[in-house]
Design a protein around this ligand. Structure first.
Ligand code: FAD
Length: 488
Protein backbone atom coordinates (compact mmCIF):
# COMPACT_ATOMS: atom_id res chain seq x y z
CA UNK A 1 0.00 0.00 0.00
CA UNK A 2 1.21 3.58 -0.72
CA UNK A 3 2.12 5.49 2.38
CA UNK A 4 -1.15 6.99 3.54
CA UNK A 5 -1.66 10.50 4.89
CA UNK A 6 -4.83 9.78 6.85
CA UNK A 7 -7.71 7.27 7.16
CA UNK A 8 -10.40 9.29 5.39
CA UNK A 9 -10.30 12.15 2.91
CA UNK A 10 -13.49 14.20 2.65
CA UNK A 11 -13.87 16.27 -0.52
CA UNK A 12 -16.11 19.30 0.18
CA UNK A 13 -17.38 20.61 3.52
CA UNK A 14 -21.10 21.17 2.91
CA UNK A 15 -23.89 19.20 4.55
CA UNK A 16 -22.75 15.73 3.49
CA UNK A 17 -19.04 16.42 4.00
CA UNK A 18 -19.34 18.04 7.44
CA UNK A 19 -21.44 15.20 8.85
CA UNK A 20 -18.99 12.57 7.59
CA UNK A 21 -15.97 14.51 8.88
CA UNK A 22 -17.41 14.75 12.39
CA UNK A 23 -18.71 11.19 12.75
CA UNK A 24 -15.54 9.62 11.33
CA UNK A 25 -13.30 11.79 13.54
CA UNK A 26 -15.45 10.95 16.58
CA UNK A 27 -14.88 7.26 15.80
CA UNK A 28 -11.13 7.86 15.96
CA UNK A 29 -10.32 8.08 12.23
CA UNK A 30 -7.72 10.55 11.02
CA UNK A 31 -9.71 12.83 8.73
CA UNK A 32 -8.57 15.48 6.24
CA UNK A 33 -11.24 17.70 4.63
CA UNK A 34 -10.29 19.27 1.29
CA UNK A 35 -12.53 22.27 0.64
CA UNK A 36 -12.24 24.36 -2.51
CA UNK A 37 -13.52 27.59 -0.97
CA UNK A 38 -12.21 29.92 1.72
CA UNK A 39 -13.08 30.02 5.38
CA UNK A 40 -16.03 32.44 5.63
CA UNK A 41 -15.13 34.83 8.44
CA UNK A 42 -17.02 38.05 9.40
CA UNK A 43 -14.27 39.84 7.45
CA UNK A 44 -15.43 38.14 4.24
CA UNK A 45 -18.94 39.63 4.71
CA UNK A 46 -17.46 43.05 5.46
CA UNK A 47 -15.45 42.87 2.25
CA UNK A 48 -18.55 41.81 0.28
CA UNK A 49 -20.50 44.71 1.81
CA UNK A 50 -17.75 47.14 0.81
CA UNK A 51 -17.62 45.70 -2.70
CA UNK A 52 -14.01 44.57 -2.16
CA UNK A 53 -14.50 40.80 -2.26
CA UNK A 54 -15.51 38.75 -5.29
CA UNK A 55 -19.02 37.34 -4.92
CA UNK A 56 -18.87 34.71 -7.63
CA UNK A 57 -16.18 32.10 -7.61
CA UNK A 58 -13.86 32.18 -10.63
CA UNK A 59 -10.51 30.75 -11.59
CA UNK A 60 -7.93 32.48 -9.41
CA UNK A 61 -10.58 34.60 -7.69
CA UNK A 62 -12.39 32.66 -4.93
CA UNK A 63 -15.87 34.04 -4.20
CA UNK A 64 -18.51 32.73 -1.81
CA UNK A 65 -21.05 31.75 -4.50
CA UNK A 66 -20.62 29.55 -7.55
CA UNK A 67 -22.80 30.39 -10.52
CA UNK A 68 -23.03 27.34 -12.77
CA UNK A 69 -23.86 28.52 -16.28
CA UNK A 70 -24.40 25.23 -18.02
CA UNK A 71 -25.92 24.62 -21.40
CA UNK A 72 -29.49 23.85 -20.29
CA UNK A 73 -29.22 24.95 -16.63
CA UNK A 74 -28.44 27.89 -14.38
CA UNK A 75 -27.55 26.91 -10.81
CA UNK A 76 -26.28 28.69 -7.75
CA UNK A 77 -24.27 26.88 -5.06
CA UNK A 78 -21.67 27.77 -2.45
CA UNK A 79 -17.90 27.89 -2.29
CA UNK A 80 -16.54 27.95 1.24
CA UNK A 81 -15.92 26.01 4.43
CA UNK A 82 -19.42 24.89 5.45
CA UNK A 83 -20.65 24.74 1.83
CA UNK A 84 -24.26 25.74 1.22
CA UNK A 85 -24.84 26.61 4.88
CA UNK A 86 -23.05 29.91 4.20
CA UNK A 87 -25.43 31.03 1.50
CA UNK A 88 -28.70 29.22 2.12
CA UNK A 89 -31.85 30.64 3.67
CA UNK A 90 -31.45 28.23 6.60
CA UNK A 91 -34.77 26.37 6.24
CA UNK A 92 -34.13 23.05 7.95
CA UNK A 93 -37.02 20.65 7.42
CA UNK A 94 -37.79 16.99 6.84
CA UNK A 95 -39.41 16.23 3.49
CA UNK A 96 -42.89 14.76 3.27
CA UNK A 97 -43.24 10.97 3.48
CA UNK A 98 -44.31 10.74 -0.19
CA UNK A 99 -40.91 12.00 -1.38
CA UNK A 100 -39.53 8.53 -0.59
CA UNK A 101 -42.28 6.57 -2.32
CA UNK A 102 -40.43 6.01 -5.56
CA UNK A 103 -36.84 5.48 -6.68
CA UNK A 104 -35.18 4.91 -3.27
CA UNK A 105 -33.53 1.63 -2.25
CA UNK A 106 -36.00 -0.50 -0.32
CA UNK A 107 -36.18 0.24 3.39
CA UNK A 108 -34.93 3.82 3.01
CA UNK A 109 -37.71 6.21 3.91
CA UNK A 110 -38.80 8.96 6.26
CA UNK A 111 -39.42 6.51 9.12
CA UNK A 112 -36.15 4.59 8.85
CA UNK A 113 -34.22 7.85 8.51
CA UNK A 114 -35.96 9.36 11.56
CA UNK A 115 -33.09 8.68 14.03
CA UNK A 116 -30.68 10.35 11.58
CA UNK A 117 -32.95 13.39 11.16
CA UNK A 118 -33.09 13.55 14.97
CA UNK A 119 -29.29 13.66 15.11
CA UNK A 120 -29.13 16.50 12.58
CA UNK A 121 -31.84 18.36 14.45
CA UNK A 122 -29.95 17.95 17.74
CA UNK A 123 -26.82 19.39 16.16
CA UNK A 124 -28.34 22.27 14.17
CA UNK A 125 -31.31 23.01 16.48
CA UNK A 126 -33.49 24.90 13.97
CA UNK A 127 -36.26 27.12 15.36
CA UNK A 128 -38.96 29.31 13.81
CA UNK A 129 -38.72 33.09 14.04
CA UNK A 130 -39.44 33.98 17.71
CA UNK A 131 -41.32 37.16 16.84
CA UNK A 132 -43.44 37.23 13.71
CA UNK A 133 -42.75 40.13 11.36
CA UNK A 134 -45.31 41.70 9.02
CA UNK A 135 -44.49 39.37 6.11
CA UNK A 136 -45.15 36.33 8.34
CA UNK A 137 -48.56 37.46 9.59
CA UNK A 138 -49.52 38.79 6.18
CA UNK A 139 -48.73 35.47 4.55
CA UNK A 140 -50.81 33.79 7.26
CA UNK A 141 -53.78 35.98 6.44
CA UNK A 142 -53.29 35.34 2.69
CA UNK A 143 -53.19 31.62 3.49
CA UNK A 144 -56.51 31.89 5.34
CA UNK A 145 -58.07 33.62 2.33
CA UNK A 146 -56.73 30.91 0.01
CA UNK A 147 -57.83 28.17 2.43
CA UNK A 148 -54.23 26.88 2.72
CA UNK A 149 -51.87 26.21 5.63
CA UNK A 150 -48.98 28.55 6.36
CA UNK A 151 -46.00 27.20 8.30
CA UNK A 152 -43.49 29.27 10.24
CA UNK A 153 -40.33 27.51 9.15
CA UNK A 154 -37.62 26.01 11.40
CA UNK A 155 -34.47 28.00 10.63
CA UNK A 156 -30.86 27.40 11.51
CA UNK A 157 -30.45 30.82 13.12
CA UNK A 158 -29.12 32.48 16.22
CA UNK A 159 -31.83 34.92 17.25
CA UNK A 160 -31.27 38.26 18.98
CA UNK A 161 -31.72 38.33 22.78
CA UNK A 162 -34.58 40.78 22.32
CA UNK A 163 -36.78 39.37 19.50
CA UNK A 164 -38.52 42.76 19.18
CA UNK A 165 -35.51 44.04 17.21
CA UNK A 166 -36.52 41.71 14.40
CA UNK A 167 -39.32 44.17 13.72
CA UNK A 168 -37.07 47.21 13.47
CA UNK A 169 -37.42 48.96 10.15
CA UNK A 170 -34.16 48.85 8.18
CA UNK A 171 -32.69 51.54 6.00
CA UNK A 172 -31.78 50.24 2.55
CA UNK A 173 -28.05 50.31 1.85
CA UNK A 174 -26.12 49.60 -1.34
CA UNK A 175 -26.61 46.35 -3.24
CA UNK A 176 -23.43 44.74 -1.88
CA UNK A 177 -24.35 45.69 1.66
CA UNK A 178 -27.82 44.18 1.22
CA UNK A 179 -26.33 40.99 -0.19
CA UNK A 180 -23.86 40.62 2.69
CA UNK A 181 -26.67 41.21 5.20
CA UNK A 182 -28.93 38.70 3.47
CA UNK A 183 -26.18 36.06 3.35
CA UNK A 184 -25.48 36.46 7.05
CA UNK A 185 -29.12 35.90 7.99
CA UNK A 186 -30.65 39.37 8.04
CA UNK A 187 -29.99 42.49 10.09
CA UNK A 188 -30.98 41.16 13.49
CA UNK A 189 -30.33 37.40 13.22
CA UNK A 190 -27.23 35.38 12.37
CA UNK A 191 -27.15 32.20 10.36
CA UNK A 192 -25.77 29.16 12.18
CA UNK A 193 -23.49 27.70 9.52
CA UNK A 194 -21.90 24.25 9.56
CA UNK A 195 -18.72 26.05 10.56
CA UNK A 196 -20.45 26.68 13.89
CA UNK A 197 -22.05 23.25 14.33
CA UNK A 198 -20.58 20.08 12.78
CA UNK A 199 -17.17 21.36 11.69
CA UNK A 200 -15.76 22.74 14.98
CA UNK A 201 -16.71 19.45 16.65
CA UNK A 202 -14.97 17.54 13.87
CA UNK A 203 -11.86 19.67 14.43
CA UNK A 204 -11.96 19.11 18.17
CA UNK A 205 -11.84 15.37 17.39
CA UNK A 206 -8.74 15.90 15.28
CA UNK A 207 -10.14 16.46 11.77
CA UNK A 208 -8.02 18.78 9.67
CA UNK A 209 -9.78 21.20 7.33
CA UNK A 210 -7.82 22.51 4.36
CA UNK A 211 -9.59 25.45 2.69
CA UNK A 212 -8.70 26.64 -0.83
CA UNK A 213 -8.06 23.02 -1.87
CA UNK A 214 -9.79 21.97 -5.07
CA UNK A 215 -9.75 18.28 -5.94
CA UNK A 216 -9.40 17.38 -9.61
CA UNK A 217 -8.56 13.68 -9.65
CA UNK A 218 -9.09 10.46 -7.69
CA UNK A 219 -6.67 7.68 -8.56
CA UNK A 220 -6.85 4.14 -7.14
CA UNK A 221 -3.48 2.99 -5.74
CA UNK A 222 -3.15 -0.51 -4.27
CA UNK A 223 -5.64 -0.54 -1.37
CA UNK A 224 -6.04 3.23 -1.26
CA UNK A 225 -6.91 6.31 -3.31
CA UNK A 226 -4.64 9.16 -4.22
CA UNK A 227 -6.55 12.44 -4.26
CA UNK A 228 -4.94 15.18 -6.34
CA UNK A 229 -5.82 18.77 -5.62
CA UNK A 230 -4.59 22.26 -6.24
CA UNK A 231 -4.24 24.69 -3.38
CA UNK A 232 -4.83 28.41 -3.80
CA UNK A 233 -2.00 30.02 -1.88
CA UNK A 234 -0.52 33.52 -2.17
CA UNK A 235 -2.39 34.23 -5.41
CA UNK A 236 -1.22 31.06 -7.15
CA UNK A 237 -2.24 27.41 -7.40
CA UNK A 238 0.04 24.70 -6.03
CA UNK A 239 -0.33 21.03 -6.96
CA UNK A 240 -0.64 18.52 -4.09
CA UNK A 241 -1.88 15.01 -3.48
CA UNK A 242 -2.70 12.88 -0.47
CA UNK A 243 -3.52 9.20 -0.03
CA UNK A 244 -6.09 7.40 2.14
CA UNK A 245 -7.87 4.04 2.11
CA UNK A 246 -11.26 5.80 2.29
CA UNK A 247 -12.56 8.82 0.41
CA UNK A 248 -15.91 10.60 0.71
CA UNK A 249 -16.87 12.83 -2.22
CA UNK A 250 -19.17 15.62 -1.00
CA UNK A 251 -18.54 18.46 -3.44
CA UNK A 252 -22.27 19.05 -4.10
CA UNK A 253 -24.41 17.36 -6.78
CA UNK A 254 -22.97 19.30 -9.73
CA UNK A 255 -19.30 19.26 -8.77
CA UNK A 256 -19.34 15.66 -7.57
CA UNK A 257 -20.93 14.50 -10.81
CA UNK A 258 -18.45 16.55 -12.85
CA UNK A 259 -15.46 15.17 -10.90
CA UNK A 260 -16.66 11.58 -11.33
CA UNK A 261 -17.43 12.07 -15.04
CA UNK A 262 -13.91 13.44 -15.52
CA UNK A 263 -12.41 10.49 -13.64
CA UNK A 264 -14.45 8.04 -15.73
CA UNK A 265 -14.30 9.59 -19.20
CA UNK A 266 -11.32 11.96 -19.38
CA UNK A 267 -8.49 10.87 -17.07
CA UNK A 268 -10.01 7.35 -16.95
CA UNK A 269 -8.73 6.81 -13.41
CA UNK A 270 -12.15 5.39 -12.41
CA UNK A 271 -13.22 3.77 -15.70
CA UNK A 272 -15.71 1.34 -14.17
CA UNK A 273 -18.10 3.91 -12.72
CA UNK A 274 -21.74 3.12 -13.45
CA UNK A 275 -23.28 4.14 -16.76
CA UNK A 276 -25.98 5.81 -14.66
CA UNK A 277 -23.53 8.55 -13.63
CA UNK A 278 -25.05 11.95 -14.49
CA UNK A 279 -28.58 10.56 -14.82
CA UNK A 280 -31.55 11.25 -12.53
CA UNK A 281 -30.48 14.85 -12.01
CA UNK A 282 -33.19 17.15 -10.56
CA UNK A 283 -33.75 20.87 -9.96
CA UNK A 284 -36.24 20.26 -7.11
CA UNK A 285 -38.84 22.27 -9.00
CA UNK A 286 -37.18 25.62 -8.25
CA UNK A 287 -39.07 28.60 -9.59
CA UNK A 288 -40.15 31.98 -8.26
CA UNK A 289 -41.66 35.37 -8.81
CA UNK A 290 -42.06 38.89 -7.47
CA UNK A 291 -45.27 40.43 -6.18
CA UNK A 292 -45.07 44.10 -7.08
CA UNK A 293 -47.09 46.57 -5.06
CA UNK A 294 -49.20 44.11 -3.05
CA UNK A 295 -52.07 45.81 -1.21
CA UNK A 296 -51.33 44.07 2.08
CA UNK A 297 -49.55 45.00 5.30
CA UNK A 298 -45.81 44.71 4.58
CA UNK A 299 -43.75 46.78 6.97
CA UNK A 300 -40.04 46.20 6.26
CA UNK A 301 -38.19 44.37 9.03
CA UNK A 302 -34.77 43.29 10.23
CA UNK A 303 -35.64 39.58 10.20
CA UNK A 304 -34.17 36.59 8.35
CA UNK A 305 -34.39 36.13 4.56
CA UNK A 306 -37.26 33.65 4.93
CA UNK A 307 -39.90 33.25 7.62
CA UNK A 308 -42.77 31.09 6.34
CA UNK A 309 -44.29 29.22 3.42
CA UNK A 310 -47.65 28.35 2.03
CA UNK A 311 -47.82 24.58 2.30
CA UNK A 312 -49.35 23.42 -0.97
CA UNK A 313 -47.83 19.94 -0.79
CA UNK A 314 -51.09 18.00 -0.56
CA UNK A 315 -52.69 20.07 -3.31
CA UNK A 316 -49.82 20.61 -5.78
CA UNK A 317 -46.76 18.85 -4.35
CA UNK A 318 -45.02 22.18 -3.90
CA UNK A 319 -44.26 24.94 -1.40
CA UNK A 320 -44.56 28.69 -1.94
CA UNK A 321 -42.00 30.37 0.31
CA UNK A 322 -41.77 34.06 1.07
CA UNK A 323 -38.17 35.13 0.55
CA UNK A 324 -38.29 38.70 1.83
CA UNK A 325 -39.01 42.22 0.66
CA UNK A 326 -36.84 43.64 -2.10
CA UNK A 327 -35.37 46.79 -0.55
CA UNK A 328 -35.49 48.74 -3.81
CA UNK A 329 -38.34 50.53 -5.49
CA UNK A 330 -39.52 48.35 -8.34
CA UNK A 331 -42.80 50.26 -8.60
CA UNK A 332 -41.71 51.57 -11.99
CA UNK A 333 -41.67 48.02 -13.28
CA UNK A 334 -45.21 47.54 -12.00
CA UNK A 335 -46.13 50.60 -13.97
CA UNK A 336 -44.74 49.06 -17.14
CA UNK A 337 -46.45 45.76 -16.44
CA UNK A 338 -49.83 47.08 -15.41
CA UNK A 339 -51.85 48.85 -18.13
CA UNK A 340 -54.04 50.38 -15.37
CA UNK A 341 -51.13 52.61 -14.36
CA UNK A 342 -50.87 53.99 -17.89
CA UNK A 343 -54.25 55.66 -17.28
CA UNK A 344 -53.12 57.09 -13.96
CA UNK A 345 -55.08 54.70 -11.74
CA UNK A 346 -52.05 53.27 -9.93
CA UNK A 347 -52.36 52.34 -6.29
CA UNK A 348 -50.97 54.50 -3.50
CA UNK A 349 -47.29 55.38 -3.79
CA UNK A 350 -46.67 53.44 -0.53
CA UNK A 351 -48.00 50.25 -2.09
CA UNK A 352 -45.92 50.88 -5.20
CA UNK A 353 -42.72 50.73 -3.21
CA UNK A 354 -43.27 47.20 -1.86
CA UNK A 355 -41.91 44.23 -3.77
CA UNK A 356 -42.22 40.83 -2.12
CA UNK A 357 -40.24 37.89 -3.45
CA UNK A 358 -41.39 34.26 -3.46
CA UNK A 359 -39.61 31.00 -4.17
CA UNK A 360 -41.27 27.79 -5.26
CA UNK A 361 -39.86 24.34 -4.72
CA UNK A 362 -41.47 20.98 -5.09
CA UNK A 363 -41.55 17.46 -6.39
CA UNK A 364 -40.78 18.06 -10.04
CA UNK A 365 -40.03 14.49 -11.02
CA UNK A 366 -38.54 15.47 -14.37
CA UNK A 367 -35.02 14.06 -14.49
CA UNK A 368 -32.30 15.60 -16.59
CA UNK A 369 -28.89 14.20 -17.41
CA UNK A 370 -25.50 15.79 -16.76
CA UNK A 371 -22.86 15.01 -19.37
CA UNK A 372 -19.42 16.40 -20.14
CA UNK A 373 -19.42 18.69 -23.12
CA UNK A 374 -16.54 20.12 -25.01
CA UNK A 375 -13.55 21.20 -22.90
CA UNK A 376 -14.93 19.36 -19.88
CA UNK A 377 -17.84 21.71 -19.21
CA UNK A 378 -21.01 20.15 -17.78
CA UNK A 379 -24.10 20.13 -19.99
CA UNK A 380 -27.65 19.57 -18.72
CA UNK A 381 -29.77 17.55 -21.11
CA UNK A 382 -33.48 17.50 -20.39
CA UNK A 383 -36.81 17.44 -22.09
CA UNK A 384 -38.47 20.83 -21.40
CA UNK A 385 -41.90 19.45 -22.26
CA UNK A 386 -41.86 16.82 -19.49
CA UNK A 387 -41.74 19.55 -16.82
CA UNK A 388 -44.59 21.52 -18.38
CA UNK A 389 -47.27 20.29 -15.98
CA UNK A 390 -45.27 21.19 -12.86
CA UNK A 391 -44.39 24.56 -14.39
CA UNK A 392 -48.04 25.26 -15.12
CA UNK A 393 -48.98 24.44 -11.52
CA UNK A 394 -46.22 26.74 -10.25
CA UNK A 395 -47.42 29.62 -12.40
CA UNK A 396 -51.04 29.01 -11.38
CA UNK A 397 -50.26 29.22 -7.65
CA UNK A 398 -48.16 32.35 -8.14
CA UNK A 399 -51.08 33.96 -9.99
CA UNK A 400 -53.48 32.91 -7.24
CA UNK A 401 -51.13 34.39 -4.64
CA UNK A 402 -50.78 37.66 -6.57
CA UNK A 403 -54.53 37.92 -6.98
CA UNK A 404 -55.14 37.36 -3.27
CA UNK A 405 -52.47 39.92 -2.34
CA UNK A 406 -53.78 42.32 -5.00
CA UNK A 407 -50.34 42.57 -6.58
CA UNK A 408 -48.82 42.52 -10.01
CA UNK A 409 -46.92 39.30 -10.65
CA UNK A 410 -43.51 39.26 -12.25
CA UNK A 411 -42.22 35.78 -13.08
CA UNK A 412 -39.99 34.28 -15.77
CA UNK A 413 -41.97 33.27 -18.86
CA UNK A 414 -42.84 29.58 -18.58
CA UNK A 415 -41.27 28.66 -21.93
CA UNK A 416 -37.98 30.28 -20.94
CA UNK A 417 -37.98 28.69 -17.48
CA UNK A 418 -38.58 25.23 -18.92
CA UNK A 419 -35.77 25.55 -21.46
CA UNK A 420 -33.29 27.04 -19.00
CA UNK A 421 -34.29 25.84 -15.53
CA UNK A 422 -32.76 27.69 -12.60
CA UNK A 423 -31.99 25.92 -9.35
CA UNK A 424 -30.41 26.49 -5.95
CA UNK A 425 -31.21 22.87 -5.02
CA UNK A 426 -29.34 20.67 -7.54
CA UNK A 427 -29.89 17.03 -6.64
CA UNK A 428 -28.89 13.64 -8.05
CA UNK A 429 -26.45 12.62 -10.75
CA UNK A 430 -24.57 10.12 -8.54
CA UNK A 431 -27.61 8.38 -7.14
CA UNK A 432 -27.93 5.76 -4.42
CA UNK A 433 -29.40 2.50 -5.74
CA UNK A 434 -29.59 -1.24 -5.36
CA UNK A 435 -27.48 -2.08 -8.42
CA UNK A 436 -25.01 -0.40 -10.82
CA UNK A 437 -27.69 -0.73 -13.49
CA UNK A 438 -29.90 1.70 -11.59
CA UNK A 439 -27.44 4.04 -9.85
CA UNK A 440 -23.88 4.99 -8.96
CA UNK A 441 -23.57 3.92 -5.31
CA UNK A 442 -24.88 1.07 -3.22
CA UNK A 443 -27.61 1.73 -0.61
CA UNK A 444 -24.94 3.00 1.83
CA UNK A 445 -23.37 5.50 -0.56
CA UNK A 446 -20.34 3.35 -1.52
CA UNK A 447 -19.51 3.69 -5.21
CA UNK A 448 -20.17 0.47 -7.16
CA UNK A 449 -16.87 -1.06 -8.29
CA UNK A 450 -14.72 1.10 -6.00
CA UNK A 451 -14.60 -0.16 -2.40
CA UNK A 452 -13.81 2.59 0.09
CA UNK A 453 -14.98 5.40 -2.22
CA UNK A 454 -18.23 7.08 -1.14
CA UNK A 455 -20.59 9.86 -2.24
CA UNK A 456 -22.26 11.84 0.57
CA UNK A 457 -23.88 14.98 -0.84
CA UNK A 458 -26.97 16.06 -2.75
CA UNK A 459 -25.73 14.03 -5.73
CA UNK A 460 -26.71 10.87 -3.86
CA UNK A 461 -30.44 11.63 -3.82
CA UNK A 462 -32.24 9.40 -6.34
CA UNK A 463 -35.33 11.65 -6.42
CA UNK A 464 -36.07 15.26 -5.47
CA UNK A 465 -37.11 15.97 -1.90
CA UNK A 466 -39.68 18.62 -2.82
CA UNK A 467 -38.87 20.39 0.45
CA UNK A 468 -35.50 22.13 0.90
CA UNK A 469 -32.99 19.25 0.90
CA UNK A 470 -30.14 20.15 3.29
CA UNK A 471 -31.56 18.22 6.23
CA UNK A 472 -32.10 15.11 4.12
CA UNK A 473 -28.57 15.31 2.69
CA UNK A 474 -27.22 15.56 6.25
CA UNK A 475 -29.49 12.76 7.56
CA UNK A 476 -28.47 10.40 4.76
CA UNK A 477 -24.81 11.18 5.49
CA UNK A 478 -25.44 10.44 9.20
CA UNK A 479 -26.90 7.04 8.25
CA UNK A 480 -24.19 6.08 5.77
CA UNK A 481 -21.19 7.18 7.82
CA UNK A 482 -22.58 5.31 10.85
CA UNK A 483 -22.80 2.16 8.73
CA UNK A 484 -19.25 2.71 7.41
CA UNK A 485 -17.79 3.22 10.90
CA UNK A 486 -19.49 0.05 12.20
CA UNK A 487 -18.46 -2.10 9.21
CA UNK A 488 -14.87 -0.94 8.95
C1 FAD B 1 -29.39 30.91 -2.14
C2 FAD B 1 -29.62 29.49 -1.62
C3 FAD B 1 -30.58 29.28 -0.65
C4 FAD B 1 -30.80 27.98 -0.18
N1 FAD B 1 -31.68 27.79 0.85
C5 FAD B 1 -31.84 26.56 1.37
C6 FAD B 1 -32.64 26.36 2.51
O1 FAD B 1 -33.19 27.31 3.08
N2 FAD B 1 -32.77 25.10 3.00
C7 FAD B 1 -32.15 24.03 2.40
O2 FAD B 1 -32.34 22.90 2.88
N3 FAD B 1 -31.38 24.19 1.33
C8 FAD B 1 -31.17 25.43 0.81
N4 FAD B 1 -30.33 25.61 -0.24
C9 FAD B 1 -29.68 24.43 -0.83
C10 FAD B 1 -28.54 23.89 0.05
O3 FAD B 1 -27.59 24.91 0.25
C11 FAD B 1 -27.92 22.68 -0.65
O4 FAD B 1 -28.92 21.73 -0.93
C12 FAD B 1 -26.86 22.03 0.22
O5 FAD B 1 -25.89 22.95 0.63
C13 FAD B 1 -26.20 20.90 -0.54
O6 FAD B 1 -25.33 20.23 0.34
P1 FAD B 1 -24.17 19.34 -0.25
O7 FAD B 1 -23.53 18.62 0.87
O8 FAD B 1 -24.71 18.54 -1.38
O9 FAD B 1 -23.11 20.35 -0.93
P2 FAD B 1 -22.70 21.83 -0.61
O10 FAD B 1 -23.30 22.33 0.64
O11 FAD B 1 -22.92 22.61 -1.87
O12 FAD B 1 -21.13 21.71 -0.35
C14 FAD B 1 -20.23 21.32 -1.34
C15 FAD B 1 -18.88 21.91 -0.99
O13 FAD B 1 -17.89 21.30 -1.83
C16 FAD B 1 -16.96 22.28 -2.24
N5 FAD B 1 -16.37 21.81 -3.50
C17 FAD B 1 -16.91 21.82 -4.74
N6 FAD B 1 -16.06 21.27 -5.62
C18 FAD B 1 -14.96 20.89 -4.92
C19 FAD B 1 -13.72 20.27 -5.29
N7 FAD B 1 -13.48 19.89 -6.55
N8 FAD B 1 -12.80 20.05 -4.32
C20 FAD B 1 -13.05 20.42 -3.03
N9 FAD B 1 -14.19 21.01 -2.64
C21 FAD B 1 -15.15 21.23 -3.57
C22 FAD B 1 -17.78 23.54 -2.40
O14 FAD B 1 -16.97 24.69 -2.30
C23 FAD B 1 -18.78 23.41 -1.25
O15 FAD B 1 -18.31 24.05 -0.09
C24 FAD B 1 -30.07 26.89 -0.73
C25 FAD B 1 -29.09 27.13 -1.69
C26 FAD B 1 -28.85 28.41 -2.14
C27 FAD B 1 -27.78 28.65 -3.17
Amino acid sequence: MSSVNCDLIVIGSGFGGSVCALRAAEAGLRVIVLERGPRITPRVYEDIADGHAPIFHAEGNPGILELHRLKGLLALTANGVGGGSNVYTAVTVRPPREAFEDGWPSGLNLETLAPCYNRVEAMIAPTPIPQAVARTTTLESIGRKMGEDVTRLPLSMTWPDDPAVLRQQPVANGVYHELATWLQGGRAARKKTLDQTYLPHAQSHGAEIRPHSEVHAIIPEADAYRVSYRRWHRDAYQENSIVAPYVVIAAGALNTTRLLLQCRDVSRTLPNLSKRLGRQFYTNGDFGGLLIGPEVDLTPDAGPPVTAWLDLWKRERLYLMETGLVPYDLGGLAGLLNPATWCGTMRSSKAKRRTWSFGIMGYNDNPGQLVLGRRGALVHRHNPDVGAAFQARSMAVLRELAETAKAKLMAPPAVFARRLPITVHPLGGAGIAESPESGVTNPYGEVFGYPGLFVADGGLLPRPTGAPPSMTIAALAERNIEHFVKQR
